[in-house]
Design a binder for this molecule. Structure first.
Ligand SMILES: Nc1ncnc2c1ncn2[C@@H]1O[C@H](COP(=O)(O)OP(=O)(O)O)[C@@H](O)[C@H]1O
Ligand SMILES: [Mg+2]
Length: 255
């Protein structure tokens, strides 16, 4: 049986998509059968994995709308063990309300995750920022959750909200486990960033925080621009190594 791991945070721009893409790739490189699912209607996963034509390929939104079958929209990637389900044509429209409503109402997301799990997939889910209907729906059907926390001033401000949302979700979904909070974009040589990391480590219980933190690196930015996960493009880069280490830490838990 596979499992579903959601990457969630209250804030945008903290490294959710980067984490989902690189963790999924690192798990796949370890030989774990992995499905990366983009439930964020912004559809950024598509860029990170290099599927950037002019038209948005069909994906989750089209399956939810009933216009496409799941098996037709799960796409292969250069990694044999990694497949992706993109956000779909919803990413083209300025208005995402009907997608949110559909996802919140329909049983299809839960069914889709169940089907992937029964086929032994680790499903890594990239979510939109915030604790809206989409994220809550994902948490209702996940077994694991990780929360990226960017090393910037006020980083902890929204953490209580997200931890509360995870706790709320686990009252109705007893199988949900918070694997940890992941410090992201930690800047070497930046006193503010280092101080934030120290402060977060001092404030949060040690078991809530991953030992590994993701450094901010140029290679991560280059990789995203080039449409490749940094773990594949520059495996020796410190951020790539950190994501590889994260996959190693999570591997045995993701059964
Ligand atoms: N470790 C990193 N080093 C440098 N830039 C990063 C790193 N992680 C993320 N970024 C950049 O920060 C921005 C926000 O990251 P993203 O993963 O899209 O966050 P979110 O999905 O939470 O909005 C992107 O431009 C991304 O390329
Ligand atoms: Mg994102």
């Amino acid at each position: 049986m596979g499992t579903v791991l959601a990457v969630v945070s209250q804030k945008g721009g903290v490294g959710k998509t980067t984490t989902a893409i690189n963790l999924a790739s690192a798990l796949a490189r370890r030989g774990r059968k992995t499905l990366l699912v983009d439930v964020d209607p912004q559809g950024a996963v598509r860029h990170g994995v290099g599927l950037t034509g002019t038209e948005h390929p069909a994906g989750l939104a089209d399956v939810l709308a009933g216009t496409r079958e799941l098996q037709d929209v799960v796409l292969p990637t250069p990694l044999p063990w990694l497949r992706v389900l993109l956000a779909g044509t919803v990413a083209e429209s300025a208005e995402h309300e009907s997608y949110h409503n559909e996802l919140a109402r329909s049983p299809k997301l839960g069914e889709l995750f169940k089907r992937a799990r029964s086929r032994g997939y680790i499903v890594v889910v990239d979510t939109p920022p915030g604790l809206g209907a989409v994220t809550r729906r994902v948490l209702a059907h996940s077994q694991h959750v990780i929360v990226p926390l960017q090393c910037e001033p006020l980083a902890l401000q929204t953490t209580t909200q997200i931890l509360r949302a995870v706790r709320d979700a686990s009252t109705t979904n007893a199988s949900l486990v918070l694997d940890g909070i992941l410090l992201t974009m930690l800047e070497d040589g930046n006193a503010v960033s280092q101080r934030v990391a120290e402060y977060v480590r001092a404030q949060l219980p040690a078991e809530l925080l991953f030992d590994v933190a993701i450094p901010r690196t140029m290679a991560s930015i280059d990789a995203f621009a080039a449409g490749q996960p940094v773990v594949l493009r520059s495996p020796d880069d410190p951020a790539a190594r950190a994501y590889t280490r994260l996959a190693e830490l999570l591997d045995s838990k993701l059964q």
